[in-house]
Design a protein around this ligand. Structure first.
Ligand code: PLP
Length: 464
């Protein structure tokens, strides 16, 4: 903190920046004495501003301990409610790999007991490598969603023949015949005829079999699982439970022709409170799901189904922070915000959903967090694209005023879901450096790309 800045004594800055709050998933984040953002892992404390200074910006910091904590917590809730309500089915967590395929995410999830769900042959190839390296338990189950290209189906068959517990999920009518001959368990995906409260327009869904197709299916002895997925970032608990109720009615009907059916997979979609407003909780929803499933299956007189869930975003989003440095400030004459803070990375490249689905983020300064002189700003990236900006939906972001000669860092929280595989290199900006903070040490997971390595991606192979 530079001299001369006024600090109002006693202000609860942690609360002001919404850090240290369980229901916002910021319980591990805080503020150091000198106003820097911190992350606490057991007895270790990481100073995020120092990390940005040491490793440079743009920077992504992954905290595997948060991933582990969140999964352990979630599995704990479900298993506890299963016991409390005397539910007879088992609980299975499947991590949907598409949410973040980075090794630094997958390995901690496996160590906490996650099963996997993949969507493509290339994701499955990673699973194959893990399998060959004996990186997971032989009982781990892999669900295969998405349309099955021939290479994808071939790899599924290959891994099954090697003894992997791998379950393809029928995605369309043309897969029924081939998969009914599959020598292991299979599942199917049903396109539920209801609309969940997400931004996804279900009217034009193209995933899975229609409810009618499901109920008209020929008998398949190996059909063990019925799966559905309502969409991502479901806004209300009611939507989750309404979807479950509706899906259960189809599940119960299907068990009449398919008595081997044993698992209901309710997919992903559990939301993250990106905007730090009141939100439903995993504790509350897990209790309601088990209670509802018990009630419905007892009423229908069928065996309590095993429950599989694929909540991806919920588990991994809060475990990564993206940090930028402000490199320029420009006044805005007439708007909700007074100035643009232009940062040294790109929202359009590194946090693609900012542009694609108008994602809102939890944005805080990573230093000067206790400065009383704040300013309403909009943030802009360094590409030449007018869409490369973050304005909190035309509202504003609160940031410290920048004193002459001072460096201002901006931290974007909850960036661990989806952004990495969607990322791009518009204007050939380099993506953030990726570091992993665990057990009190820092490991560089991905170095900064050089001009040469970026140019190579576009065919420039060492021309003179
Ligand atoms: C994307 C997806 C998920 C994960 O969704 P989240 O919103 O991240 O929980 C799970 N299952 C399927 C089939 C998906 O397509």
């Amino acid at each position: 903190m530079a001299k001369g800045k006024k600090i109002k004594k006693g202000k609860n800055w942690k609360k002001f920046w919404k850090l240290g709050i369980d229901e916002f998933n910021t319980q591990f984040f805080g503020i150091s004495k000198d106003g820097a953002m911190t992350m606490t892992e057991g007895h270790h404390v990481y100073n995020v501003a120092d990390l940005a200074k040491k490793y440079g910006t743009p920077l992504q910091v992954i905290f595997p301990s948060i991933i582990e904590f969140r999964l352990k917590d979630l599995i704990g809730y479900f298993n506890a409610y299963i016991k409390i309500y005397g539910y007879k089915g088992k609980f299975f967590y499947h991590y949907p790999m598409k949410v973040n395929q980075n090794k630094e995410f997958i390995l901690p999830l496996l160590s906490e007991g996650a099963n996997l769900e993949v969507t493509s042959a290339n994701e499955l190839w990673i699973v194959k490598k893990l399998w060959e390296g004996e990186k997971f338990h032989t009982k781990l189950r892999v669900l295969c969603n998405g349309p099955k290209s021939d290479p994808y189906l071939d790899l599924i068959e290959e891994l099954r023949s090697k003894g992997m517990n791998i379950v393809p999920i029928i995605e369309g009518p043309e897969e029924i015949e081939r998969l009914s001959k599959y020598k292991g368990d299979i599942g199917l995906r049903v396109d539920l005829n209801i609309k969940a409260d997400t931004h996804w327009d279900k009217k034009f869904d193209r995933f899975g079999l229609s409810e009618k197709e499901v109920l008209d299916l020929p008998k398949m002895k190996n059909l063990k699982m019925m799966h559905y997925h309502l969409g991502s970032q479901i806004k209300t608990q009611k939507s989750i439970l309404d979807g479950l109720k509706h899906a259960f009615s189809i599940y119960a009907e299907l068990t009449k022709t398919h008595p081997n059916l044993e698992t209901l997979d309710i997919g992903g979609g559990f939301g993250v409170p990106y905007e730090k407003k009141k939100f439903y909780t995993a504790k509350g929803v897990s209790s309601k799901i088990i209670k509802l499933l018990k009630h419905l299956s007892d009423k229908a007189g069928i065996r309590h189904p095993n429950l599989a869930i694929e909540w991806g975003q919920y588990i991994v989003a809060p475990s990564q922070v993206t940090i930028y440095k402000v490199i320029s400030e420009k006044n805005i004459p007439k708007a909700n915000a007074k100035a643009w803070y232009i940062v040294d990375g790109s929202f359009m490249n590194d946090l693609k959903d900012t542009w694609a689905i108008h994602q809102k983020w939890h944005v805080v300064p990573a230093n000067n967090m206790t400065s009383n002189k704040t300013k309403r700003v909009w943030l802009a990236g360094s590409t030449c694209d007018s869409d490369d900006k973050y304005t909190e939906g035309g509202n504003y972001i609160m940031m410290p005023q920048i004193e002459e000669g001072d460096t201002q860092l901006v931290a974007i929280l909850d960036t661990g879901a989806y952004q990495d595989a969607l990322a791009s290199r518009h204007c050939l900006l380099a993506p953030p450096v990726k570091i992993v903070a665990q057990d009190g040490t820092i490991k560089i997971a991905r170095k900064r790309e050089s001009s040469e390595s970026i140019a190579k991606l576009f065919g420039w192979n060492g021309e003179k």
